[in-house]
Design a protein around this ligand. Structure first.
Ligand code: CS2
Length: 482
């Protein structure tokens, strides 16, 4: 790394006052929501500076503090790389070091929105039902120690309680994670938790709080050391925490904020709508559903990235078939959207060779992702009397993946909150059928109605057997006749 380069610093423009606290400061938000918010302030002003909160590790704070919390967002497009310095972060707090400081900024009168990207598992809920998981260790902790929370839900509820006690209006909770009807789901979890703390608080949040649902979209792979080196070579300054993203972006938001207080989103292309549900379904099922399918099957077939996977003609034909035969037929498009154009553009985005998005990264946390990405589509196909064989193959590939051994007999580093349970259940089964039955019996993932469908179960067993006997590449090939 070129150590003698000057370090990136925050542009000298006056900083906006903090109006937003963001929970879960990962690459995605820094390349998506934060960029939109910075642009909205540039276009129309407003005090919408952001304080980021890392809920687990200090890494981001440690990298960003010496840069005045500025970072470079790099667009990786067909015509090269476009770096842009983003100076919208005012501070980064590390929650486990000082939860009181996080609660203080969340409860400050100037904070009017709390955004979150804490990943699917960060809401401590059961993916199959959307309800609070009261046995989650962080939830148990936060109910016992409300003044020093660990979980996103614990922070939201405690900060809202502080605002209520101080006579301050609630903030809007703007969830930016890939959950279906994410605002409504988070509202339900927050209210369930608040009820356990104080019914009066829960009633106040229910009446005065706002939780607009959102659909967020931009492909942002994890930043790699070579990205840092390449960027510093191009710019002559050292940024130790840039984010890499594709040109495409989309943000659809329900326009329902506490007292209407929000950045001027419309000025920068955020789509403000009454009901985000059709957009969320389209994106979660068409994009994330096929992303996960390609991740498990592609990983097993030895492909490192999504771009490598769809460069393989067999997989290209497979993903197109998933869209045309299984996903789009059971989807109601949002007003004015042509789904065949939408999926064609998804294919081009996947094929962008500059985006090195690892199949292993997308394969993480499958237990939290499958329901909203794949299982809804499967259920609707079954209800229409069709067996969605491609998606069944994807589920079987997930089942094989969580068994923890790849096609060459090498261990897979399975990252999932249920990893130990999944491996144990998989290991207990001696045959494909026993493994499939064991995994299907996990109610946190597979609802009873789906798991008890005999033809689905038989199709999963057949798919699993084929994956073991022939490998993922050959099985996908057979299916697409490519
Ligand atoms: C991906 C998403 O990692 C994953 O599971 O499917 O992060 C995906 O890249 C984004 O949702 C795109 O908007």
């Amino acid at each position: 790394m070129p150590a003698d380069l000057p370090r990136l610093h925050c542009p000298d423009t006056a900083r906006a006052k903090t109006g937003i606290v963001h929970l879960g400061l990962g690459a995605f938000y820094r390349a998506h929501g934060a960029v939109y918010i910075a642009e909205a302030m540039k276009a129309s002003g407003g005090d919408w500076g952001i304080v980021g909160v890392s809920l687990v590790r200090p890494d981001q704070r440690d990298l960003l503090a010496p840069q005045g919390f500025a970072y470079t967002a790099v667009e990786l497009g067909p015509d090269g790389e476009k770096p842009q310095v983003v100076g919208v972060l005012n501070d980064v707090l590390v929650a486990p070091e000082n939860p009181a400081a996080v609660l203080e900024i969340m409860a400050a009168p100037g904070t009017r929105i709390v955004t979150s990207t804490v990943t699917e598992k960060g809401y401590c809920h059961e993916p199959s039902t959307g309800r609070l998981n009261r046995e989650h260790p962080d939830i148990v902790h936060d109910l016992a120690h409300p003044e020093a929370p660990k979980s996103t839900i614990g922070f939201l509820v405690r900060a809202l309680a502080k605002r209520r006690a101080a006579g301050i209006r609630p903030f809007t909770v703007l969830c930016c994670d890939n959950l279906p009807e994410n605002g409504r789901v988070v509202r339900g979890i927050v209210l369930e938790f608040a009820t356990l703390v104080d019914q009066g608080l829960a009633d106040w949040i229910a009446a005065e709080g706002r939780f607009p649902s959102t659909m967020v979209d931009r492909i942002v792979p994890a930043t790699k050391p070579e990205d840092v080196d390449r960027l510093s070579g191009q710019t002559g300054v050292l940024d130790l925490s840039p984010v890499m993203h594709e040109p495409f972006r989309q943000w659809v938001v329900e326009d329902d904020f506490v007292d209407g207080e929000r950045p001027d989103f419309a000025a920068v292309g955020v789509e403000l709508v009454k009901d985000v549900t059709p957009y969320e379904h389209m994106k979660l099922r068409c994009l994330n559903g096929t992303h996960s399918s390609l991740a498990y099957l592609g990983y097993l077939a030895g492909h490192e990235t999504i771009a490598d996977t769809v460069a393989d003609p067999v997989f290209a034909a497979f993903v197109k078939r998933l869209w045309s035969d299984e996903i789009v037929p059971v989807l109601d498009p949002p007003p004015g959207v042509d789904l065949s154009r939408y999926t064609a553009s998804l294919f081009d985005r996947y094929a962008n060779p500059a985006i090195r998005h690892r199949t292993w990264q997308i394969a993480m946390d499958g237990s939290q992702k499958l329901p909203q990405r794949i299982l809804g589509t499967v259920a609707e196909n079954l209800a229409a009397g069709r067996m969605p064989k491609g998606l069944c193959l994807a589920i079987a590939a997930w089942m094989r993946y969580v068994g923890g051994v790849d096609e060459k007999g090498q261990a897979i580093d399975v990252r999932d909150p249920l990893a130990a349970e999944l491996k144990q259940i998989s290991d207990r089964g001696h045959s494909a059928a026993e493994k499939v039955d064991g995994l299907l019996s996990i109610r946190k993932i597979f609802p009873e109605q789906l798991a008890s469908n005999k033809s689905l179960r038989d199709e999963l067993v057949r798919s699993y057997e084929r994956l073991v006997a022939n490998g993922a590449g050959a099985t996908v090939k057979d299916m697409t006749h490519a």
